[in-house]
Design a protein around this ligand. Sequence first.
Ligand code: SF4
Length: 179
Amino acid sequence: MSMAGTSSEPWYREGLRFACTRCGACCRGPGYVWTDPGEVEVLAARLSLEVDEFGRRYLRRVGRRLSLVDGPDGACVFWDNGCSVYPARPRQCRTFPFWAENLTGEAAWNETAKLSPGVNQGRLYELQEIEDLRGGSGSTSGVPAAGALSTGELPNRPAARDTRVLQPAPRGRDRKDSE
Ligand code: SF4
């Protein structure tokens, strides 16, 4: 597949392949998992918690936005050898690897492929589908302010980067399916 782009077309105009292997590459590194009020409601319901209680346990304020907290090992709090809330995971997780930072060029995409074994595998995502996913990455815009939720006092940390730093898939992992 030719990846050469023109000034008017993105380099991935012929589409990109991806199949989630649930390796956790996008879950185990440092960074943020942005959430919006609708996603928080879904997550809280998944865990049979009131939204306020969910916020106290699992959310942190980052500037005007909300992110899931990290677990003791620095991974997403819901990473437990697999995503423990997979059916209710936020849009940022659902749109991986089509995050803006991974689509800046072939070099960035290929770096992502080195860390996530599902990149360049599986079904072909068409250009428009990629654009739709990219627009919903939650990495830079469209994320409601933290004040939109009644979550009480939350830890406030500065945003060092958007989304999470990818981690290579562990070798010999014994992943737990969560669906
Ligand atoms: S919510 Fe689930 S899919 Fe999203 S980063 Fe956390 S463990 Fe990974």
